[in-house]
Write a new protein. Sequence first.
Length: 330
Amino acid sequence: MKWMLNMTDCSGDVERFRDGADAAAYLRHLGFDGFELMHLPGGDPSFFPEGSVGGIHLNYWYDWLDLWLGEEQALKEEYGSLQAAEEIYGALDRSSICGSLEEGLELAHARKVPYVVFHVSNVKNSEIFTYRFSRTDEEVVDAAARLVNHLLDGKPYEFEFLMENLWWPGLTLTRPEITRRLLEQIHYPGKGIMLDTGHLMHTNLELRTQEEAIDYVLEQVQRQEELAGYIRGIHLNQSLTGEFVKEYLSHPRTLPEDYRKREEISYPLIFQTDRHLPFTSSRTGELLKTIRPRYLTFEFITCDRQEQEEKVLLQRKALEEGGIFRGGNI
């Protein structure tokens, strides 16, 4: 099992390190095999030296399906006008969806990483505040499969293509028939799943403790039956925010008509919901012993190097208490 640590190449993250050599030394100090790197617009992935990047997390649009399907009226309703939508996406054709994804795939190919991560989800900015979604799981995974086939068919890639669950329409890992529907439509032989434990927790707003969350994650994995064998990686983090979500959903608000103003208040809401905190329960190791992933990513939201290291050590302590040690077998 490869141990990974999430990182981006944006200036705020890169500035944690003196240089690339310091970043690589930081990995060794914490006992990781590599960064799971997300290349962001304006970022420079060459900052991270060869051998320090162990996986690529593809950049993504939260809301991409209307543009992919060419539904102009839906774009006008969400963004105010087609001109505003074009300013957001950079273009009003599929190239705006595919461009950053293709760049990430080529980066992964050039770096010879063993896997990439791709979100299978769609949510409009306005829906983040209501959980009243305009798309079904079926619509999202069908379109995502076509997108993935467009990106991967005929390419010489050797990495595993791991699709990540979210709590919005698409792959949630709460409906095995949707997992099967997605996997069966994708041609790429190296297809698989990246299970994000925190995202799965958000599909059950009644969870209150880490122990309840661990039971719930294991229950959902068990429900996947033979499809659970496709889970090749885990983004390990926890976020017990069900009470918070229920509270804000119980108080409907009037949203700004301007998309940019809605965006300004939606991102803080997402981060308050999806906190990406470390597990501290000694039962955390049960997740790894049951799923037996090839790739384990400590995926946290942190402001600086010190906070990230503190969270890494907290979660590693929980794993060790459950019998999971770096370099050991599971």
